[in-house]
Write a protein that binds this ligand. Structure first.
Ligand SMILES: [Zn+2]
Ligand SMILES: [Zn+2]
Length: 284
């Protein structure tokens, strides 16, 4: 079987169009995959198609030749694994992320572009450096999604703005909105939430609610954790190392969050050696 470069290129470019994906970051990956299809003996008259699912490249095309299908499966698995490390927008090194509840594979730059950063300056509320309104012009505020989100309404505007707790400075905003703009039930909840915050020994902020830390999202220590950890300090140490390694880039995203007071006497429980050992175990 002798294929000319031209035939292969035509097959590759034609079939690339059969892949339904969000950006062009995986185009070279798909091109390489289709080239391997050619070299494995794929009939170039047969269409190959695929799509993105759960942040990964999927391709279910098969031939009538069972032996060839075994090869094709191997090729597809290889490129599917590579897609999980390649930004679907730009092709740079990437990780699996959650964006608005959807899985996507994005580099840090494209991930952070999908986040709406909240900032408050001179009582103006800004989203990604654009002013959307002033705190003094809010005429109603509602909580959403069992207090994980809020909706705010500005005087003279029909539409509302929604915010959720995974946005940096979300709790700064929640603290800054006059309480009386919320319903009585919400007022009680918000007041007690901020009044009862404890010190988080993991991230070193006054941000620990009854259920979890509002800043680093770790759970407060419970005796039932003794099944997995020797002691409370071992648990805190592990959480601190996870925070430092920052696998999901949450710390990077929240580095300018001003929602919570920093604790002046916060202690880091791990040392360099322990961190190295921990990382080794993690990636083995
Ligand atoms: Zn990217
Ligand atoms: Zn914390």
């Amino acid at each position: 079987m002798d294929l000319s470069r031209e035939e292969m290129d035509r097959f590759i470019e034609n079939n690339l169009l059969n892949f339904s994906i969000n950006g062009s970051g995986w185009h070279n990956l798909i091109r390489n995959m289709l080239e391997e299809f050619c070299l494995a003996g794929w009939n170039l008259n047969e269409k190959v198609s695929g799509k993105e699912k759960f942040g990964g490249l999927r391709c279910y095309s098969t031939s009538t030749d069972e032996e060839l299908n075994i090869e094709i499966r191997k090729i597809v698995d290889k490129y599917s694994a590579l897609s999980g490390k390649t930004c679907e927008i730009c092709g740079e090194e990437a990780k699996g992320r959650y964006v608005d509840g959807w899985e996507a594979t994005l580099c840090f730059k494209h991930y952070s572009e999908s986040i709406y950063f909240i900032e408050i300056r001179n009582n103006d509320i800004e989203i990604n450096d654009k002013i959307i309104g002033n705190l003094n012009d809010i005429n109603k505020a509602e909580t959403d999604n069992s207090f994980r989100g809020i909706r705010i309404y500005f005087s003279g505007q029909e539409k509302y703005y929604g915010f959720h707790c995974r946005q940096p400075n979300y709790y700064l905003l929640l603290r800054s909105i006059a309480l009386h703009l919320f319903s009585e039930e919400d007022q009680k909840y918000i007041k007690s939430l901020f009044e009862n915050l404890n010190d988080c020994e993991v991230c070193g902020h006054k941000s620990l609610s009854e259920s979890h830390c509002l800043r680093c999202f770790n759970d407060p220590w419970k005796n039932s954790f003794l099944e997995d950890y020797e002691s409370k300090s071992q648990y805190i140490k592990h959480c601190q190392m996870d925070l430092f390694i920052d696998e999901d880039d949450n710390e990077k995203v929240f580095q300018h969050d001003r929602s919570f007071e920093k604790l002046p006497d916060h202690k880091i429980l791990f040392n360099d050696n322990e961190l190295r050992e921990y990382e080794k175990d993690m990636y083995d």
